[in-house]
Design a protein around this ligand. Sequence first.
Ligand SMILES: NC(=O)c1ccc[n+]([C@@H]2O[C@H](COP(=O)([O-])OP(=O)(O)OC[C@H]3O[C@@H](n4cnc5c(N)ncnc54)[C@H](OP(=O)(O)O)[C@@H]3O)[C@@H](O)[C@H]2O)c1
Length: 346
Amino acid sequence: MAAQNKGTILITGGGGFVGGQIIREALESGFSVRLTARSASSAARTVARFPAFASALSTAIVPDMTAPEAYESAFADGAAITHVVHAASPFNLAPRDNVRDLLDPAVRGATSVLEAALRYGGGKVKRVVATSSFAAVIDLSKGLREGYSYDEKDWNPVTWDEAAVAPGVVAYCASKALAERAMWDWMEEHKDEVSFGLATICPPWVFGPYAHELRDTKGLSESVQLLNGIIDGDAIPAFDFGGYADSREVAAAHVRALQVPEAEGKRFVVGQDFRYQAAVDIAREEEPELARRMPVGKMGEWIPAYHIDGSLATRVLGLKYGSLRDTVMDTYRQLLKAREAEVAAA
Ligand SMILES: NC(=O)c1ccc[n+]([C@@H]2O[C@H](COP(=O)([O-])OP(=O)(O)OC[C@H]3O[C@@H](n4cnc5c(N)ncnc54)[C@H](OP(=O)(O)O)[C@@H]3O)[C@@H](O)[C@H]2O)c1
């Protein structure tokens, strides 16, 4: 194991799909990690996923991420936190109450972690990287927008009032846009007081494997569940977002954005163009079991729509994108194994 001498990253949301990959990437890159969780049992579950790095992992319980004071112990207890990754945010496309379930926790959670880094970080925090989303970039009202290229200049223009009464997907996208905007606004207001800069990562659907082995397919992240749901499904999902990123690339982007000096003050769209039909064509071609269990759809179809330009992450962070084939198959291999384990345990 490499020496963990690059500093200590406080990571929120490490129990989730994306956060787990960020923990793995951070540990493998030589950082120590302090992960926050809402309960001791959930913190212990996450730590147990990284047995080779037990000595480099510590935990802090943050019962309410919308309260800056809840982070006090996370910044204390001996570990000098040098970096922060904020990946926690409610990822729920069917909220019962848009404000309570999405907007409020996302936006207040985003500024609270910054406030906590200022208040309790002792001037030692150098960079904060937040997991935003392509949801904060896309203007959903413009539809498929063929010929348009989305990049970091673009902002989802939805307002809080519109989002409060919008359908779940629109409200989720708004929660990401409003949370990211709130972070940039907070940074502007506190620029003379903080020791750290901010960078944000804006991926579209994140696919690819979890950092740990899955024992079942319960509680999957919304994006992984989309691919899982195509197995034994009736139809290929309709076009929703025309982009994807691999979970390992998203993690690498976060950890590089913590370190690359030029990343400070920037948002990064991390991803490539995507269509469900292309993923299904690959899965059916590569894996006979999936060929039997997936709808065929319209093989080879590529619905014309906007392009996602993730090239700034390559230029500034040195991020290299892999192939859709590898991402799709690594996702499905892990899901098929999890389904087998589920059957064996039943
Ligand atoms: N997956 C994608 O396609 C995708 C794409 C773009 C951006 N993102 C962003 O990536 C981040 C992680 O998403 P994911 O796919 O990894 O989803 P996930 O597996 O559902 O993980 C979400 C994480 O956020 C934490 N969280 C949610 N609400 C919280 C709250 N109110 N207080 C404290 N923690 C809370 C969860 O904690 P518990 O474990 O305690 O529930 C979990 O660790 C989110 O910010 C999401 O918006 C995801």
